[in-house]
Design a binder for this molecule. Structure first.
Ligand code: GDP
Ligand code: MG
Length: 435
């Protein structure tokens, strides 16, 4: 989707003025891109109609380029489509009861572990995980293993075949042990069926959860939307969790679900590691879809991983467009520690695209690291001084060809251009740079 939208914008970027004709063409491109990304036709149409109205309405503003104007409008509308503001996640009960529902394989158990880890480490909560999947003994083991990894207790009753009873006993246990959050991992089926729905609805009625989260595999596209609809009719859930975002290149589910069920997406999960859970921010997601990167999340991840002061320095440098090779090298080292490298790189503006086709493993950075290592400190701090002569020397030092060095320099340049463009966004503030 990102790529298709970029093409749509490219065609209007060269134009000096916004006209009805170039708006119409861009709109058509955007609509087609959305539909190809598995966004429901009706939503795509409504979306582009809104963008068109806004674009036509602001034709008079000629201080910014048509391309920038369109990007801004689309970004705002995407944000709106995905819910506008960050949704509230209610963990105020004591214990707060959180019910997890969804199809089998959607990622419920993995998410339950991630959520427990998130609440424990980020919110200073004392969660208790409950294995309420009574059909598969392996499911209990799976949750036990996760619980052990994050140091959270798991409540289970292997002999009991009444899920409601198990959950009620778990809540009693949580109260007696002073646990302030209870996360209930339920059973799923491969397809929606009456028995499963009634069971989850029964748990809901019996324990009145504070949050009911519907977990859905974002890779399932339109199916994700249909499943969401069915679950919502039966459960009236309070939020959606999109999993496997690391495998979803099209982004259609994220764009359609909020619209169809009118429930906010609360979390996104993108990897099998237990710390790859993120709170969902519609504006950041919109930026990611537009290929503008997601600096805010990157900076937050960086903050979590290393020093606050360090992260602020990085943010400042990106803002002032002073990001240099030394910073690049330092980021590389940090990123390697943070895991899920491709994901993180995608958050740097312009970087996602540059790295798209590369199979990223830690080794993939070796070449880049070698090139930066072969630069003098002066060169690292002043990328502009790196002339052809210097490039020859760097290539030799790094055991690379001059073409490889040139290609890397070009990529770095593109990245900086992208950062610069973001700094100039018409909002006056950098999108995503909220604090
Ligand atoms: P459940 O049946 O709904 O409980 O689903 P599981 O939590 O057991 O997950 C099903 C499979 O998807 C497992 O192999 C998980 O490791 C995998 N999985 C879960 N979440 C993610 C994710 O965010 N990204 C990726 N790539 N895999 C995931
Ligand atoms: Mg499970």
């Amino acid at each position: 989707l990102t790529e298709r939208l970029e093409t749509a914008f490219k065609n209007i970027k060269g134009e000096a003025r916004v006209t009805d004709l170039n708006i119409a063409n861009t709109i058509k491109d955007i609509r087609r891109a959305l539909i190809d990304a598995d966004v429901n036709y009706k939503i795509a149409k409504e979306f582009t109609d809104k963008v068109k109205d806004k674009a036509v309405g602001s034709k008079v503003i000629n201080s910014i380029s048509p391309g920038q104007l369109m990007v801004k409008i689309v970004q705002d509308e995407l944000t709106e489509l995905m819910g506008g503001n960050e949704a509230v996640f209610n963990i105020t009960g004591n214990p707060a009861i959180i019910l997890i529902a969804g199809l089998q394989g959607s990622g419920k158990t993995t998410f339950s572990g991630k959520l427990a880890n998130y609440l424990k480490t980020k919110k200073a909560k004392t969660p208790l995980l409950v294995a309420a999947d009574i059909y598969r003994p392996a499911a209990i083991d799976q949750l036990m293993v996760l619980g052990e990894q994050i140091g959270v207790d798991v409540y289970s009753e292997r002999e009991n075949t009444n899920a409601i009873e198990i959950v009620q006993n778990a809540i009693k246990e949580a109260k007696s042990k002073n646990r302030n959050v209870v996360i209930i991992d339920t059973a799923g089926r491969l397809a929606i069926d009456e028995v499963m729905m009634n069971e989850v609805a029964g748990i809901k009625a019996a324990v009145q959860p504070h949050e009911i989260l519907f977990v859905v595999d974002s890779m399932t596209g339109q199916d994700a939307v249909n499943t969401a609809k069915a679950f919502n009719e039966k459960l009236d859930f309070s939020g959606v969790v999109l999993t496997k975002l690391d495998g979803d290149t099209r982004g259609g589910a994220a764009l359609s679900i909020k619209y169809i069920v009118d429930k906010p997406i609360k979390f996104v999960s993108s990897g099998e590691k237990l710390d790859t859970l993120d709170v969902f921010y519609p504006d950041r997601m919109a930026q990611r879809i537009l290929g503008m990167g997601d600096i805010t999340t990157l900076v937050e991840k960086a903050q979590a991983q290393f020093d606050e002061a360090e992260a602020r320095k990085l943010e400042k440098k990106i803002r002032k467009n002073q990001f240099d090779f030394q910073d690049f090298m330092e980021q590389l080292q940090q990123i390697k520690k943070m895991g899920n490298i491709k994901d993180l790189l995608g958050m740097i503006p312009g970087m996602g695209k540059a790295m798209k086709d590369i199979d990223i493993s830690d080794d993939a950075f070796k070449g880049v690291e070698a090139m930066i290592s072969s630069m003098t400190p002066f060169e690292r701090a002043n990328p502009d001084v790196i002339s052809q002569g210097r490039r020859q020397r760097i290539a030799k030092g790094a055991g690379k060809t001059i073409d490889e060095v040139n290609a890397f320099m070009k990529q770095f340049d593109q990245m900086k251009q992208m950062m610069k463009m973001m700094n100039k966004m018409p909002t006056g503030k950098m999108p995503g740079m909220r604090r």
